[in-house]
Design a protein around this ligand. Structure first.
Ligand SMILES: NC(=O)c1ccc[n+]([C@@H]2O[C@H](COP(=O)([O-])OP(=O)(O)OC[C@H]3O[C@@H](n4cnc5c(N)ncnc54)[C@H](O)[C@@H]3O)[C@@H](O)[C@H]2O)c1
Length: 369
């Protein structure tokens, strides 16, 4: 079990939101629901997590209102919501009830969107069970829902009341899902500073197996993100740099039909952004190489997934941050100096993109010309 409860480095983190403060607590797995839920609480849980943790969650899963949802992109599609709403209404949901989410980013997006819209809003609480959800998505208030094949096109800003993090539940994650979350950890460390980047590079090889160390990095990641989201909760200014790696990452996810997990695509996207920064003369070659060594280690297992070049460019052009013919990119001058700017989506830029894709292992980019 987690031994960090008395460690001052893992004390509560309070996030200030326009709707009031909310708290991230570090503790033992499923603390607060292991004894079961009250009739005013509705459990919405990743079906796989419910199966894996059937024993510690026995009382909670025997509660009066339990909705098990498989964590797939299809299940956070708008088309699925009538079934979720019907379940909750049939189980007597009221505005003063609580939705309790247990799972990763997919369950978070579903429950957050329900909490924002069902009965015009009700409170929710979150037990994140993936590295990505613990280190990144659990704070920041966002819900993002898919519509058909269009990913994350509908959403709200609706923070939970409380978040309870326990790395005890991460042992059952697939390695790819751990790396996916570590991609977001790397992202905020690059946004923060050289010292954060170099500390993470030193400890990275131990993170897969050392849960106490991982908890330290999860907390540090949330501290870095907290500064941005408190300054700009609604994503209009300072927070936009958290999209570092995402413009390219989303295009890679879309071009590969989501064969590459979100955080891994973001990791490739960061390498991409660093490469473009180098080719634009914003960073020297040695900075690119130092960062490349770290990010490439995190996406090594996915280097052989083909990235169709045409699909990549059409997805890039559709990015919701773009304005007219300009493309919005988060680039860097150094770790700690990450910025958003608009650039023409011209031949020069596209040649640099082709160069990056072609430099991936032979099979990684398909159709490169
Ligand atoms: N709203 C936001 O701020 C935000 C931010 C980033 C990403 N997202 C979204 O989050 C989603 C990705 O979320 P994710 O990476 O957390 O993973 P996920 O929710 O997609 O889960 C990944 C896999 O891990 C399994 N799983 C979850 N917890 C487990 C555990 N403890 N043990 C074993 N298996 C477990 C799931 O069943 C699933 O198979 C994407 O849809 C992305 O768009 C949302």
């Amino acid at each position: 079990m987690n031994t960090l409860l008395n460690d001052p480095h893992h004390g509560d983190l309070v996030i200030q939101s326009k709707t009031g403060p909310y708290t991230v607590r570090f503790g033992s797995a499923f603390a607060g629901i292991e004894g079961g839920l009250s009739p005013r609480e509705h459990l919405i849980i990743d079906a796989r997590v419910a199966q894996l943790y059937a024993t510690p969650l026995r009382a909670a899963l025997a509660g009066p209102s339990v909705l098990r949802i498989p964590a797939t992109e299809g299940h956070k599609s708008l088309e699925q919501f009538p079934a979720y709403v019907t379940h909750l209404l049939e189980h007597g949901v009221r505005r003063d009830h609580m939705l309790v989410a247990v799972g990763g980013g997919i369950i978070q997006d579903i429950v957050c969107f329900l909490a924002a819209t069902l009965l015009r809003g009700l409170p929710w609480r979150f037990y994140p069970t993936t590295v990505l959800a613990q280190a990144d998505s659990c704070i920041g208030s966002k819900s993002s829902v898919n519509v058909g094949c269009f990913k994350n096109q509908i959403g709200t800003f609706t923070p939970p009341r409380d978040i309870l993090i326990s790395t005890d539940v991460l042992d059952t994650l697939e390695v790819d899902d751990v790396c996916s979350g570590l991609g977001e950890v790397i992202k905020v460390h690059v946004i923060s500073s050289w010292s954060d980047v170099r500390a993470l590079a030193r400890d990275y090889p131990r993170l897969q197996h050392d849960r106490a160390l991982l908890t330290t990095y999860i907390r540090r990641s949330l501290e870095i993100k907290k500064l941005r989201i408190e300054a700009d909760e609604f994503d209009r200014g300072e927070r936009l740099v958290l999209n570092y790696g995402h413009t390219f990452g989303h295009a890679i996810e879309s071009a590969t039909s989501y064969a590459i997990p979100h955080g891994i695509a973001v990791t490739i996207g960061m390498d991409f952004a660093n490469f473009v920064s180098w080719r634009f003369g914003l960073i020297p070659a040695d900075v690119y190489s130092e960062l490349h060594a770290q990010v490439a280690a995190n996406y090594a297992a996915f280097q052989s997934v083909p990235i169709p070049v045409d699909g990549f460019f059409s997805a890039l052009a559709r990015d919701k941050k773009n304005l007219e013919q300009q493309i919005s990119l988060v680039l860097l001058r150094a770790p700690g100096q990450v910025f958003l700017d608009r650039y023409p989506n011209d031949q020069r830029f596209q040649d640099i993109c082709r160069e990056f894709l072609a430099a991936l292992p032979a099979s990684a980019a398909s159709g490169a010309s």
